[in-house]
Design a protein around this ligand. Structure first.
Ligand SMILES: Nc1ncnc2c1ncn2[C@@H]1O[C@H](COP(=O)(O)OP(=O)(O)O)[C@@H](O)[C@H]1O
Ligand SMILES: [Mg+2]
Length: 395
């Protein structure tokens, strides 16, 4: 639904009747980034008459590159050709007078149609939740977490889940699940503008536990040919069909990872109990803050949380200034499960690590308002490490 930027509440009220129900007003352009951060389906930004022309131009120029499919509609009390010229140059899609009720309605409708056309939209909009597993370090358990979390969220097929391997050069989701994909994301390269679900669906690989996988290319060279636009469109397209899209990433802040993080509803940050990893995670968190990514939607997962290495989760929380959502214990069973190609949550569902992955899934689902998994769990008091509820599946 459109978002209106307008400092004067009276003008927001004047505009609201011309806009679809559910449109949202914000009183300052500073709040726009955080508003848009989790609304990848926002199709129109309406700039009210009391936002200065210079500020409106800055907003429009920014969105032109960061959100090309979101239309900027500039509403003015009145305007001349100079305003029109500057607005068009900045990428505004429409300039309309405040009293032009029909003009505003038409502009919003055009914005919606454009959005649907650019997204290959069927009109269903985004329904699924994108969950990205990220860490600036390799070998900390990203893939292990992504795979087990995706299976936990799927809950044996009661939720539609797609796991996307965005470690495009060295992705190992498929091998971790003993799958041999016939197709990979590589086959979509260059098809950004044609992308629709039927194309993406044909490239997915099914895991026996009703999970779908979009595998990484077989060789490392394809990575350089994948564009950020492709990543955004793939995730949005999958988000329209699946309840959850879980994204495994490579250990770097490259353009593609940032794009995935930008499309993300919930972000899992993986850390382990070693100083170099914690230092890099801290830098990564600061970068996410600067970019306004997943603010208030980050979950710190501490892997190998029981390693006796002179650091504990309290120290980690102090260093990173955020609470540990879920600790995952160290266990050779996890590595053995990886080597056997059967994730631990499948081979040993009652293992402490499997319970931790289920708890993470439950926390995420309650975060996004999905009551299904929340209903399947109940608290126990078996682990004093957790400040929150330790949960187990009833099934
Ligand atoms: N908690 C753990 N205990 C023991 N081994 C683990 C644990 N978490 C991950 N591993 C193992 O560590 C290795 C690297 O994990 P992986 O998930 O591939 O890391 P990343 O994707 O961050 O590079 C794998 O062999 C995995 O089985
Ligand atoms: Mg990995």
């Amino acid at each position: 639904m459109p978002v209106i930027i307008e400092p004067d509440p009276g003008s927001i009220e004047a505009l609201a009747p011309f806009l679809p129900a559910g449109s949202h007003g914000i009183n300052s352009a500073d709040k726009l980034d955080s508003w848009l951060a989790h609304r990848t389906d926002e199709y129109a930004v309406v700039i009210g008459p009391n936002v200065s022309l210079d500020e409106a131009i800055t907003i429009s120029e920014g969105l032109r590159y960061t959100r090309p499919s979101t239309s900027v509609i500039l509403v003015r009390d009145g305007f001349d050709t100079d305003v029109l010229y500057r607005a068009m140059q900045a990428g505004c899609r429409d300039v309309v007078r405040l009293e032009d009720e029909e003009g505003i309605r038409d502009a919003v409708q055009r914005a919606h149609q454009l959005w649907l056309a650019l997204h290959g939209g069927s009109g269903t909009g985004k329904t699924g939740h994108v969950v990205t597993v990220f860490s600036p370090k390799g070998g900390v358990g990203k893939t292990t977490t992504a795979v087990n979390l995706a299976l936990a969220l799927g809950d044996g097929g009661s939720r539609k889940v797609c796991l996307v391997d965005l470690d495009l050069a060295f992705g190992d989701v498929a091998i971790t699940m003993q799958l041999f994909p016939a197709h990979t994301i590589e086959e979509m390269i260059g098809a950004e503008d044609l992308l629709d679900y039927s194309m993406v669906e044909g490239l997915l690989t099914r895991h026996e536990d009703s999970l779908m996988i979009l595998a990484a290319p077989a060789g490392p060279d394809a990575r350089d040919r994948v564009s950020a636009t492709l990543i955004a469109r793939v995730l949005r397209t999958l988000g329209q069909e699946f309840d959850y899209v879980v994204v495994d990433t490579c250990p770097s802040f490259d353009e593609l990872t940032l794009q995935a993080l930008d499309e993300t509803d919930e972000c899992i940050i993986l850390a382990t109990l070693d100083v170099p990893t914690l230092k890099n995670v801290k830098v990564a968190l600061e970068t996410l803050d600067l970019l306004n990514i997943a603010v208030d939607h980050r979950h710190l997962v501490l892997n190998r949380a029981d390693d006796a290495v002179g650091l504990d989760d309290a120290k980690v929380e102090q260093i990173l200034s955020m609470p540990v959502s879920v600790p995952i214990p160290t266990s050779t069973d996890i590595a053995a499960a990886t080597n056997a190609g059967t994730p631990i949550i499948v081979s040993q569902p009652n293992h402490a690590a499997s319970r931790a992955f289920k708890e993470l899934a439950q926390r995420l689902s309650s975060e996004v308002g999905d009551s299904h998994l929340a209903e399947l769990v109940e608290p126990t008091e078996d682990d004093s490490r957790n400040r929150g509820r330790r949960l187990r599946l009833r099934r």
